[in-house]
Each structure stands twice: as C-alpha cells, then as structure tokens.
Ligand binder design. Structure first.
Ligand code: PMP
Length: 428
C-alpha cells in the first residue's frame, strides 16, 4: 500500500517506477488504447456478409423488393431476429440505419421539438430540462445533452448500476426528463444493472409525467466470459409497474457485424413506437433493407448471432486479460487503483487516487501511449476527482495491448505515487 510506505520507501518506490518508465520509453513504442473500435480481425469475421444477399436475392419473406423504397419499420424477419436481444416483440422493434447513436440523437431532438407521448409540451418549451447521467459513462451520450443544452446531473455507479437512492430523489424534480442507462457491461465501468436496480428504475415516482429511460443496450450480447450477465427486461418491468411508456431501448450490430455498416434498433411500447415512426416518416422513405437482408442471410437466427459473438469473444478476451493482468501486476498492491475485471463490453475502467488520472495521461503521452483524455467519461468532460480513466483494448493487436498495458500501468503507478507524495507535502 503506497499510503503505508515511509517517506524514504515512497521515494525509493518512485525512483524505481521512474526507471521502469524510462526503460519503457526507450523501446520507442507508439500505441493507442483510446478507441472502442473492433479490430480488423473482428471485422473480418463478417467479411462473408459483404457478398450477400447477392445472386438476385433481394426479396424479403413478405415479398418486398429490398432494393426499393419503403419498409420504414424494417423487414419483419430482421425485427424477429433481434426481438430476443431487444426484449420486445417484433412489432415493437424498429430497424434504423447504421448507428444507434443517430437514433438516440434523433429521439432527443424530436422530444425537444415535439414532446413524447405524455408530454404537456415539447421539452424545449420547458424552462430547463435535465438528464441523470450515471458516471463514469459514455462521452457521446453526454455530448448530445451538451449540444442541446440539457443539464446533466452525474450520479455515482455502485457496481450493480446507479445509486438508486440518489436517482429516486432526483427524478422527483419535474425538470428531470431523462436518464442515460447502459444496463449491461456499461461503458466504461463494465457493470450490469441488478434486478433491484431495474425494478426501481421501472417503478420510481417521477416528477415529469413524460420522463424517459434511454436504455442503451449496446453490449447486450458482448460477453467475455462464461458468466453471461442477464439484465431484467426493462420494457416488461416498466409495463408491470404501470409505466409502460417509460423506456426507449436502443442497440446495434456495430460490434457484432460491421461497426460502420451494421444495423441500429429502437424498441419501446406501442405508443412510443408509433410516435417514433410518425417522426421517422418525415425523415426518410425507408432504411437500407439490403443491409437488413444481408444481416439475416449471414446471421440466420438468434443462435447464429450468439455463435458469431463467441468468435468476437475469442479475439477479445485475451486482450482484456492482458490489460487486467498488467494492472494487477503493477497496481494490485498499491491500494491506489480500483477496476472491475470485465465480464463483457469493450472497456476497462480504472479509478485512481484522486488527482492521478490527468497525470497518468500526460506521463503516458510522453511514453508514446495514447489514452482517452482524463474526464472524458464524465458530463462536461469534468471528473470532479480527476480519478477515472477508460482503457479500450479491442483495436490494437494482442502484442500491442500487452505492451501498452504494461506502460499504462507503470504511468498509473507513478502518478499515484506522486499524488501520495504531494499529499504528504501539503499535510506536512
Ligand atoms: N452506445 C454505447 C454505450 C457505446 O459504447 C457505443 C459505441 N462506443 C455506441 C452506443 C455507439 O453505437 P452505434 O455504433 O450503434 O452508434
């Protein structure tokens, strides 16, 4: 434990870790663990999809010509294929374009301009509106709120979802219209919401009658171990609690098939789907149904989808192990860093001694290691403790992930030790 070391021992520790960092720098590496992108090998898993549908195979089961306009809600067979992961019957699933983020963005803009079912007026006509933002969270969610002037209220995560006492207190305020949720293998904390968390979110009393959960199930099938997390069905729980319209569910195949050419989904209550489709009708004459057909031809059914995800797991799991092994080796006995060993998702989130996050990023940069900027995982890019860092090991090769993790762990250890020294200097 760094906190238990004598001043002389701490100084010796810092000197040792600095020497390790110098040795690492001398290797002259240039490595990047900032991006939660699939690797080329992962994209190759779906290479066969690019030749599909092919051979003049462009008709849906219902006989629609997938090359033509129309089919706003998406082909029935695609809605059926993804009905299980989305937790909604096919008639309450919408297939969008290639990005679920775009669907979230549009739903928020439509809510601002038109209101949602149950709204007294468009959200933009309210004096001020706010979203609850479990933090650390996904920077792109926060960026949408910032773009449209939606005040963000960070709420701590507990390891099994957001601090629900706090959430229940905050939602009594009618200005709170929404909440971001990544319920399974959260970005970046990798935690999944417990049954109790989901039930409380579904049943809590909200001041705003048109409050919505933005349930971004981006990692619904993205397991890394045999401990396959399951999260309660939010749409069913909301309906059972008498709040059938509370949840907007999103997901995509960005990290199942092709990140730039996948399918995005929206699922919700009948009223919400009707509302979404009425808005989407003004936006497009129909989505890319050839890509939808390509996906069903390639994945076939839910079992095919699950089998495909196993191939991703085989490529990803060793990379995650390399990261957590390096963290354990370097930081395990420092008492200055905490992380969850992810059972799924795309990130390893590390909480360091307060003040050590931005210093770690700066040290890493000098050593040729690109890290996501400190604060990126917080609303407004401001981590009040300067403590959280997000590591994304999917894209680089396993050898690069191993090297980068070792270097990053060294930088984190040095930053934490320096913070401890500074703290003592101030106290002295
Ligand atoms: N939601 C979360 C939680 C994510 O981590 C990501 C990708 N980083 C996305 C959404 C983006 O999904 P899409 O590609 O479908 O826009």
């Amino acid at each position: 434990m760094l906190a238990d070391l004598s001043a002389a021992d701490l100084e010796a520790y810092v000197a040792r870790v600095r020497a390790d960092l110098d040795a690492f720098k001398a290797r002259g590496l240039k490595l990047d663990m900032t991006r939660g992108k699939p690797s080329p090998e992962q994209l190759d898993l779906a290479e066969g999809m690019l030749a599909l549908p092919g051979n003049r195979d462009h008709f849906s089961e219902a006989g629609e010509d997938a090359r033509n306009y129309g089919g706003l809600q998406g082909l029935a067979e695609v809605r059926k294929l993804f009905s299980g992961p989305l937790g909604a019957p096919p008639e309450r699933v919408v297939v969008g374009g290639n990005a679920s983020l775009a669907m979230m963005h549009d739903v928020i803009v439509w809510a601002l301009l038109k209101g949602v079912p149950g709204s007294a007026r468009p959200w933009a006509k309210e004096d001020e509106i706010a979203f609850i933002c479990p933090a650390p969270g996904y920077d792109r969610h926060f960026a949408i709120c910032e773009e449209y002037g939606i005040r963000m209220i960070p709420v701590a995560l507990t390891g099994h979802g957001p601090d629900m006492d706090k959430v229940e207190e905050l939602v009594r305020d009618p200005a709170v219209k929404g909440m971001w949720c990544v319920p399974k293998y959260s970005n970046p904390s990798a935690e999944s919401y417990s049954d109790e968390t989901v039930r409380r979110l579904a049943a809590m009393k909200t001041g705003a009658p048109d409050f919505r959960l933005f349930w971004d199930n981006a990692y619904v099938l993205h397991h890394l171990t045999d401990s396959r997390h399951e999260v309660l069905n939010i749409l069913e729980e909301c309906a059972a609690a008498g709040n059938p319209d509370r949840a907007f569910v999103f997901a995509s195949t960005s990290k199942m098939t092709l990140a730039g050419a996948g399918l995005a989904f929206f699922a919700a209550s009948e009223a919400n789907v009707k509302w979404q489709q009425a808005r989407a009708f003004k936006q497009t004459i129909g989505p890319d149904k050839l890509n939808q057909l390509r996906h069903v031809r390639f994945l076939r059914d839910e079992a095919g989808l699950v089998a495909h995800m196993e191939k991703h797991r085989a490529l990803l799991a060793p990379k995650f192990k390399a990261v957590t092994d390096a963290l354990e080796a370097r930081l395990g006995d420092t008492g200055a860093a905490r992380w969850i060993t992810p059972d799924g998702g795309y990130f390893v989130s590390v909480d360091l001694a307060p003040g050590a996050a931005s210093r770690s990023v700066a040290l890493a940069k000098e050593a040729g290691l690109a890290l996501t900027p400190a604060g990126a995982t917080w609303p407004y890019g401001k981590d009040p403790l300067d403590s959280n860092l997000r590591l994304a090991p999917s894209f680089p090769s396993l050898a690069d992930v191993k090297a980068a993790s070792e270097g990053i762990a060294i930088c984190m250890a040095l930053a934490c030790a320096e913070v401890e020294q500074t703290k003592r200097r101030k106290e002295a």
